[in-house]
Structures are given as C-alpha cells and as structure tokens.
Design a protein around this ligand. Sequence first.
Ligand SMILES: [Zn+2]
Length: 462
Amino acid sequence: MEIEFYGATGRITGSCHIVRANGWQLLLDCGLIQGLPEEEEHNRDDFPFDPETIDAVILSHGHIDHSGRLPLLVKRGFEGPIFTHPATRDLALVLLQDSARLNEREIAYKNRHEKGWFAPPIEPLYGLEDVNATVNRMRPLKYRETKEILPGVVVRLYDAGHILGSAMVELRLSENGRTKTVVYSGDIGQYDTPILYDPSEIGEADVIIMESTYGDRLHKEKEQTLQEIESIICNASHEKGNILIPAFSIGRSQELLYLFGKHYHEWELGKWQIFLDSPMAIEASKIYWDYPELYDVEATKLRQQVLEMPPIPNIRFTGTSNESREINEIENGAIVIAGSGMCNGGRILYHLMRNISRPECHVLITGFQAAGTLGRKIVEGAETVMIRGDEYSVKAAVDTIGGLSAHADQRDLLRWVSGFFSSPKVYVVHGEQSVKERFSEQLQYESSLESHIPVPGEIVQL
Ligand SMILES: [Zn+2]
C-alpha cells in the first residue's frame, strides 16, 4: 500500500494524489493548475501514470483546482467511476463547462494572435463533450455513507464545510490481511461560517493528507469581519463610488448574498444597486438552493424566512453580457459581485477596467489569491496593473476581508486535526512552501503529531 504525491505538492493548485492498494490504483482529486501562464502550461503535461490504469477517482469538491483536469483524464483514456457527493457533481458540471469554455476562448485567441503562421493550431485542453463524459462517470456518495468501491477499498465522505458538497475522504485500505486508514482533508472550511456546517470530526486515521492554504495565519474574528464589511460599504457610500467584489462563483458569492440579506437594513443596502454578475454564480446559487439539507441551523432558519420574503429586493442577476455591460454605465452606488475570484478572467476584468483607477471606488477581496494572478497583484498593492493588454493605475481602495475565506486558518486546521485520537502521521500539502513549513512545525509542537512535507513524485509506504 502506498501514496504517491503528485499535484498541489510542489505548488498550491492542481490537487492530485495517487493511492495504490490491493492491486488497485486510485486518484484523490485531479485538479487544474492555476497561476502564471507558464505554470498553467503544465496542465498539458502527460500524467505520471497511464489514465487507463486508474481504477477509480474520488473527488473531494467542485473547485477547479481539485476537479479541473478530470475531463482531460477522461479524454486521455480513464474509464472508471468518479465517486463524489451529489452536490459536487451538480456544481462540477457548471464549473467544468465554464472551464472548458474559458480554455476554448483562450486557445482561440492564442491561435489568432500568438501562434506563428506555420505552426499547427493549438488544441484546447478539453471540450464540452469531455466535460459531459466526465460528469456521466460521477457516482453520488452521501456524507457518512460507507461504500466498498473496489475489493479492499472502502470509502466514506465527511462534510468538510468548505463549499456545498465539499468532502473529506476516508479510505480504509486492506491488503494481505493488513488494514490502513488514510484521510484526505480536501479543502477544510472555517468553523462557524455562514450557511454550511462545521468541518466534520473523523476520529481515527493512520495517515492524513492535509491542506495548509492558511496554515500560517489567523483570520479575523467573525464580528470584526462584519464590522469591516459595514464600514467599507459606509465609506464607499460617502465617497460616492462603486464596490467591486471578485468572488468565486461557488461559496463566497452565496455567503455574501446571505450576509447582505441578513444585514440588509443595518448596512443600509437599500440605497445600493446590487448585482450578481456571473452566470455561473447564478447557476451555483440555484444548486445551493437545491440542497437545504446541507445547511446549518441558522441558514435553515433564514431560508424559511426567505421563502416568505426575499431579503434583498434590489439585487439583479445579470445573466447575459448585455445586462452586464449596462452595469458599466453606473458611476456610483453599485455593488458588483463578479468572477473570477482571483481576477484571472471573467467579467470582473471589465468592471476593474472601469473602476480601478477611480479613488472613490473599492475593490473588496474576499478569497485566496494565488501567486501570479491579477488578484494577487492588487492585494499586494501594485501601483499599476495590466488588464487585457492595457495598463491601469490602481487608485481604488483595496480592502481584504480574510474572515470570509472558505479555508480554515491555522487555529481551525489545528482544531480539526486535534479531533483525531489515533496520532496519525500528517502529510502537509496544498500550501505555499513557507506556509507548509510553518504549519508543519505547528503540527509537531502544538499537536505533537509527526508531519512531513512531500515533494512531487515522492512515494510513501503505508
Ligand atoms: Zn476548494
């Protein structure tokens, strides 16, 4: 029995780990690499295995850095089942279709403008037909349902509290009379977050493969986060500007809308025009609506009130690009939630082009920004940024709200791992190198757990 570390090991995105047991070969996630263009080129690389030899995939959640290379895996010959939560299957369909369209557009642009005259046209990574074939391979598995997916391989998913349908994966592997339990954390959500339940306590494992995105920092207290959002809205109102919120279509957009509904009067949102300017976020919001059984107690209560009275009367869902373009005419009083969350594509770019050089406007950053993305440059205080080939000076106020992150901070990560009573060995993945090192030290000193940071291609025996 062994684990081979592959993706989200040397880099933060592109999650993918290979587990071998009892003659089977499984994948935990198969995500897309996101970041600098030269990094993203690696999405085209060969897999370090023949996709035909993979017996099954277990998908932790829908985010593209965990799911986005699955259609390529299928395109290159994978024919097995993909086990995942039903809500993840629904979200993955929307996200992967979007990923395919974005890639097709990007490649068409490259073929027109960047490719030499005589070079053969570049192929998109995958198309919509590959996405459909991938989603058709998905087999729904509910939280805490135990399933022997292959002889000697028993899988159970637990609610990770990260986005709708997000799961931690427990694998019980048996080979030659020995049994080992591997827990893969996927992405771990924050405790006490809007809408979703807290990350589940699992209890026992021999080995944990654990994310560490925010393993070196603490998010602000929830109350402080709410006060910060209120004061940003209040300032922007006095300064007569717009507020742009680059948001991941899944998770953050729904949480923001939930908070806007809950604090509608307190934050004087009635005087704003609010836009959810993302066809994908609109789709995802509908899927969130379809799974009320996954909401925590507070969200369930609010949902019941919503059925009687919509809490945000002045919100507009701008599905078409014409509707989106109309937002550009608004000089002040607009709150625009648009993707992509790291500003590396999508409609947020057009809103940034109109507003980022205006000091009365605000850019509200609510999620993780990977190195190399436009969002990261804005957060790090770049004086000028390039958007679609033109340079813009950054004059708008940039506010970062860490407390809304979908990822657990160091305290939450340690809280989750301390729920194991079996002293598992922890393999730290999915974090920037310095963060993984800090977090690994914390695991050893604070939680007295043996930990290790694997390098890509490293194989560990169980
Ligand atoms: Zn995620």
